[in-house]
Design a protein around this ligand. Structure first.
Ligand SMILES: [Zn+2]
Length: 480
């Protein structure tokens, strides 16, 4: 029998607010355990939560950017469960009436085909604390609770079970990751858990309309692992069914070392959590005016920008995609073309030399030592014939290293291209005189030798001779 996998993703997006969702404590990562806490996030009795407005603004932006409708009156609910990192005994989340609903993202599958992936909901919630095992300075090697992360704001983005392959899941996830980092509401750091994903996976016989029992896979903190975990889980379920077994609803943990998933606990149903509206928080009312203001404040999103790069600048799809990989990269490109009109050339240098240098040095585009205007100056030096494209690479490396302007480097190192015909002719004459044998070879029909002469002239000029002038003069002389 053939099987159809069905995948839905629940993504937790940690928001880049300075303070927590219901108190004024800092959200900074990596501080001394329990140094960023107060009665509210410690869950002390009687402490009252106060909603951080910034969290709502970020949630609205995320919703508008994923085609959701914003719920005019949304509700916070208590999700009740016990765990040592949750001192209140409940997590403040949203259950009925989450802030964003009924959205979608279009993802590209198999080249040009576009598939619409539904987004069921986006809700706001607080994160729990963290258990720290065996790293304590105190006596024994027990576990400790660090509540710095407790009450950190999260958005949970829940997709419809519309995804069918691990590739579709990764494409969707990357697109969502790009949107939240582009909006500046999340740093997107998957290793630190700022963007993390649980995958619901089930399989059903091809042609069936009844979804199979699903397993939820937790702890997947890279795009690569998402793909691995889903593929392993699909195969595990198919093997199980083929062997006459049944898939049970459970939560499974992905182990990146073995690439497998293992059972963690049987999966709770929503009613196990005894959700009820939090009596400490009033319903959140969002006016049309607020939504409209947020809509106006939205930046041009990656997809729109990609389209504009193609329509207005004539870039091919590939270039447009690479140059909109992040908002900072797209901004860099736009600053470059503001100073140089050849968008294709600016794009090529960014995708080529700039990207290579950034990767080699582990530098982010935000910290690129060559300003977009300087890159444009370098291209202008090539355009007006001051330097050759080859010498430009040398100048580029020096710009990267020293931060000097390209014009300064060219003058200091005497790199100006030699286009003067007389000077080049003199070099050619000397080289031909010193290599009479090769001249004869060429004249007897061995035209390959031409490359030897070009090489000699470039060598004699230290790479500075204008290649097209060299070619033209050489041809004339050798034929003569
Ligand atoms: Zn606090």
């Amino acid at each position: 029998m053939k099987y159809q996998p069905v995948i839905g993703l629940e993504v937790h997006v940690q928001l880049l607010t300075d303070t927590k969702i219901f108190c004024g404590c800092s959200t900074k990562f990596g501080a001394e355990p329990n140094s960023q806490t107060c009665p509210v996030c410690l869950g002390l009795p009687g402490a009252l939560p106060v909603l951080n407005k910034k969290v709502v603004e970020f949630a609205i932006k995320a919703g508008l950017s994923t085609n959701c409708s914003i719920t005019p009156r949304s509700i916070f609910a208590r999700k009740n469960y016990f765990y040592p990192d949750l001192p209140k005994g409940y997590q403040i989340s949203q259950f009925e009436d989450p802030i964003c609903q009924h959205g979608w993202l279009d993802i590209a599958v198999d080249g040009d085909t576009v598939k619409r992936i539904g987004i069921t909901r986006i809700h706001m919630e607080e994160d729990a604390g963290k258990l720290v095992h065996g790293e304590l300075s105190g006596p024994g090697d027990g576990s400790g609770v660090d509540l710095n992360r407790a009450c950190t704001p999260l958005l949970e983005v829940v997709s419809e079970p519309d995804l069918r392959t691990s590739d579709e899941a990764v494409t969707y996830l990357k697109q969502l990751h790009q949107i939240v980092t582009w909006l500046g509401i999340c740093d997107g750091n998957m290793e630190e858990g700022s963007f993390r994903c649980d995958a619901n996976v089930s399989v059903m016989p091809v042609g069936s309309n009844t979804l199979g029992t699903r397993a939820e896979i937790k702890n997947v903190n890279s795009f690569k692992f998402v793909k691995q975990a889903i593929e392993y889980e699909i195969q595990r379920q198919i093997d199980l069914i083929e062997d006459g077994g049944t898939v049970v609803q459970e939560t499974r943990l992905f182990d990146p070392n073995s690439g497998t998933t293992r059972s963690m606990r049987s999966k709770e149903e929503a009613h196990d959590y005894r959700y009820f509206p939090d009596p400490d928080l009033v319903p959140l009312v969002i006016s049309d005016e607020w939504i409209n203001r947020s809509r106006q404040e939205l930046p041009e999103l990656p997809e729109q920008r990609r389209q504009r790069f193609m329509d207005e600048l004539g870039l091919p799809l590939y270039d447009a995609e690479v140059l909109t990989a992040s908002r900072a990269l797209a901004d860099y490109f736009e600053a470059g073309i503001a100073a140089h009109s050849n968008a294709k050339a600016v794009g090529n240098w960014i995708m080529g030399e700039i990207t290579r240098a950034l990767n080699d040095s582990g530098t982010a585009i935000e910290a690129c030592p060559i300003a977009p205007g300087q890159l444009a100056e370098l291209l202008t030096l090539i355009d007006n014939g001051t330097i050759s494209g080859k010498i430009a690479k040398t100048v580029f490396d020096e710009m990267w290293r020293s931060g000097k302007a390209p014009q300064v480097i060219v003058e200091e190192q005497g790199l100006v291209q030699v286009s003067d015909g007389d000077a080049i002719e003199r070099m050619i004459d000397e080289i031909m005189a010193a290599n009479a044998g090769q001249v004869d070879e060429y004249r007897s029909g061995k035209e390959k030798v031409f490359g030897f002469f070009v090489g000699q002239v470039m060598k004699a000029s230290k790479g500075k001779a204008n290649p097209s002038v060299v070619n033209e003069l050489l041809l004339g002389k050798l034929k003569g």
